[in-house]
Design a protein around this ligand. Structure first.
Ligand code: BDR
Ligand code: CA
Length: 324
């Protein structure tokens, strides 16, 4: 890893587990542009697109932006289910990252699998590491099943997924990442590791506008222009197929919450994941009234300050890639 991208000395070590995906791509750029974070690796998973595509996309992005971050290939399928690729294909396109031409990366993924990479990195680290999953939780659940000893090395898991009071986005009951692999989500939610759920209650407050995209584009250098092209594609498919209001930028909010907790309002409560019913598969069911007697396990984001989130995102992109 180049020193330029490893953040300052005290930078908080993080691993990004993702399925790029347009908003995952922006999450990677936000993390890489934030000196408070040291991105130890990017691990990929099947979610928005096939594993082959999400790995290729992570590699192409890392290469294009010269991030020098290792990419490890993860799970090609959810733990027990078949991949849910139809809806994300409409949003993210056939490649998972349609829109601008992004050159192939001359470098491939590392030899280790995502699970091997995460387990080894946690075991070897003298500091606790924060995991930021922004795709289905298959890799993270597999890590916990394969190597329960590493739990103690996880500082916290700040994940994009779930919906408490907001309706779901893949079904009325469920958010996509949790729906795609509900069994994995259940394992992670019950792991005992501190979890912050950055779900739709918060991310739906971070709605893209043409002005935001134009501001990113106006930075004028290749990385922000690529980001703006990606956002244009994403925003146009969402406007066409889902909501005229525009696309919410889900995944970068998880990174932003690690950088600045005050962007969101949270409440600690017991949350479980529905795995039995097909009707409500992947619903994140919160004990809103604290009546189940279960120990609270998740810090649920209930609201977000979208304006401040975009200020942070734009500021970080400008500081790293804007014209000097
Ligand atoms: C989540 O699903 C995916 O389409 C996005 O990348 C994000 O992680 C939003 O529900
Ligand atoms: Ca994602």
């Amino acid at each position: 890893m180049t020193s330029e991208h490893s953040g300052h000395n005290n930078a908080r070590p993080v691993i990004l587990d993702c399925d790029p995906g347009h908003d995952d791509a922006l999450a990677i750029l936000l993390a890489a542009a934030s000196p408070e974070l040291k991105v130890l690796g990017i691990t990929t998973v099947c979610g928005n697109t096939t594993l082959a595509n999400s790995t290729r996309n992570a590699l192409r992005l890392v290469n294009f932006a010269n991030l020098g971050i290792p990419v490890a290939r993860g799970a090609a399928k959810p733990l027990l289910r078949e991949p849910s690729l139809d809806v994300p294909r409409v949003i993210h396109g056939e490649s998972g990252l349609n829109g601008p031409e992004i050159p192939e990366s001359p470098r491939g993924a590392v030899e280790e699998s995502a699970v091997e990479f995460i387990v080894r990195t946690l075991r070897e680290s003298d500091r606790k590491i924060t995991l930021i999953p922004t795709g289905p939780l298959t890799n993270i659940a597999t890590v916990l099943l394969a190597a329960p000893d590493v739990k103690d090395k996880v500082e916290e898991i700040v994940l994009m997924g779930g919906a408490l009071l907001h309706a779901g986005n893949i079904t009325s009951a469920a958010e996509f990442n949790i729906y795609a692999d509900p069994e994995a989500a259940k394992i992670v939610f019950h792991s005992g590791i501190p979890i912050t759920m950055v779900g739709l209650d918060a991310t739906m407050k971070c709605v893209l506008t043409d002005d935001i995209i134009a501001e990113i584009r106006s930075m004028g250098t290749p990385v922000p222009v690529l980001a703006a092209d990606l956002l244009d594609f994403y925003n146009s498919t969402i406007k066409r197929h889902y909501s005229e209001a525009g696309g919410s930028l889900h995944d970068p909010l998880a990174v932003a919450v690690v950088l600045d907790r005050t962007l969101v309002e949270t409440r600690l409560m017991y949350v479980d994941v529905e795995t039995q019913s097909e009707l409500t598969r992947g619903e994140t069911v919160g004990d809103v009234w604290g009546i189940t007697g279960h120990h609270p396990n998740v810090e649920v984001c209930l609201d977000a300050d979208g304006d401040r989130f975009f200020e942070l995102l734009i500021g970080r992109l400008r500081a790293k890639w804007g014209r000097k």
